[in-house]
Design a protein around this ligand. Structure first.
Ligand code: CAA
Length: 392
């Protein structure tokens, strides 16, 4: 059968089963718990179920058989059933529904009443909204008044939409906006208890900022980065307080997606980690824990799947057919090309390149079409053209 003739169910199978296998490999490696892997995909990407729960629902043996057949055809290591999948299938066991990994609710080990956010892009704007809506005073630092106005504009638009849907009021809106103060001076961060950095994904730009934050912020302030592709350890290393540096990886759109990946380096202090976990809970987010490695939990599982979708497109399957198959058959909230356009093809390519460099899986090589979209400046919604055209 040519790829043109793939049915919707086969498209979903082609793209989803390697992702399921990848989730088992992550569990097997001990990088994250089963609960955090499943919560990551549910709350970070709006999936109805996490991958391990999906395997349990289909049946581990059935998933293993589909992958084994695929591996026999492709010879691609990514399709070879994970050892743990073989084991669970052979034993008739399951990945979820165990006794649980419940632990005590995290507590604030450092007091947090004011938050600084550095950056004025989509992620920064959403994060400012999250904290202000939860009652925190927020200082947002940007490079110009126009950019700070953009943050307020973004939040105002979201709150107006919520009001029009009867989910908020004009009073709440003015309370939220009243908690936000903008500044073009980093020195305004001197008094905050935690800084959440959401600036350009460029190591030189970020390290310059971290040196400055180290100089400006009060002792004991937590320095959190929202990076999705930079080594957090290197950011900590340019400060005199690497123990206070941690990752807080939010998902797009930040006011809606409930996940935060809390990423610790070898230097991150335990009280910083626990405080950030408590802060996430306090702002209504679900936190998952992981260490400083490319892609963390979610991007490591998500982007190879998105990259595979681009490769399937290159093999001749129509973009709309793939988007529809994923939504209808796998019940994911967005098709892969719709999501690539939301995230941005530049961000997606950077993440995929990082994953390829770290894991050295030939199957992780960025799809040529993704590289071309970036080279052509077709970055997605933000440039009004990506895989889809938004200019109308
Ligand atoms: N900002 C704030 N709120 C927004 C919003 C935005 N940009 N977009 C939608 N919303 C709100 C709406 O107001 C609505 O709120 P209520 O339910 O309170 O009324 C709610 O979200 C649902 O919106 P819609 O009904 O308009 O649209 P939808 O049902 O199609 O949902 C979606 C939109 C929540 C974004 C959904 O499509 C989804 O879950 N998509 C998956 C997104 C995803 O996978 N994100 C992760 C990307 S990877 C990443 O971010 C990590 C990285 O490092 C790159």
């Amino acid at each position: 059968m040519t790829s043109d003739a793939l049915g919707n169910d086969q498209i979903a199978t082609t793209l989803i089963y390697p992702y399921l296998n990848h989730a088992v490999r992550m569990l097997e490696s001990g990088y994250a718990t089963a609960t955090d892997i499943d919560n990551g995909m549910r709350f970070g990407c709006g999936y109805p179920q996490g991958p391990l729960a999906v395997i349990d629902q289909i049946g581990p043996a059935a998933v293993r058989d589909v992958l084994a057949a695929r591996y026999a055809e492709s010879g691609d290591h990514l399709h070879q059933p994970a050892d743990l999948l073989e084991k669970v299938a052979a034993e008739g066991g399951s990945f979820t529904g165990g006794s649980g990994e419940g632990s005590a609710a995290p507590e604030f080990k450092r007091a947090i009443s004011s938050v600084g956010v550095v950056g004025t892009g989509t992620m920064a704007s959403g994060i400012v909204q999250v904290f202000a809506q939860s009652g925190y005073d927020v200082v947002v630092v940007g490079r110009g008044q126009d950019k700070l106005d953009g943050v307020i504009g973004y939040i105002t638009k979201n709150l107006d939409r919520a009001i029009s849907r009867g989910k908020s009021t004009e009073d709440e809106k003015s309370d939220v906006l009243g908690r936000i103060s903008g500044s073009t001076e980093r020195e305004s961060l001197a008094g905050v208890d935690i800084v959440v950095e959401a600036i350009a994904e460029d190591l030189a730009i970020k390290t310059e900022l971290y040196k400055d934050l180290d100089r400006i912020c009060k002792p004991g302030a937590i320095l959190a980065t929202t990076t999705s592709s930079m080594p957090i350890t290197q950011l900590g290393a340019v400060t005199n307080r690497p123990g206070d540096v941690i990752g807080m990886h939010f998902f797009n759109p930040a006011p809606v997606m409930k996940l935060v990946e809390v990423v610790t380096t070898e230097s991150t202090e335990a009280d910083v980690n626990e405080t950030v976990l408590a802060l996430c809970a306090n702002v209504g987010k679900v936190a998952v824990s992981c260490s400083d490695r490319s892609g963390f939990i979610v991007n490591c599982l998500l982007f190879p799947y998105l990259n595979d979708a681009v490769k399937l497109l290159e093999s001749g399957v129509e973009m709309d057919t793939i988007n529809a198959a994923i939504k209808e058959q796998a019940s994911l909230p967005m098709g892969p090309f719709e999501l690539l356009d939301v995230v941005g093809n530049d961000v997606s390519l950077a993440i995929q390149q990082e994953l390829f460099a770290e894991f050295k899986e030939p199957g992780f090589a960025p799809a040529a079409t993704l590289e071309k979209k970036v080279a052509d400046g077709h970055l997605g919604r933000k440039t009004k053209i990506g895989f889809h055209d938004y200019s109308a």
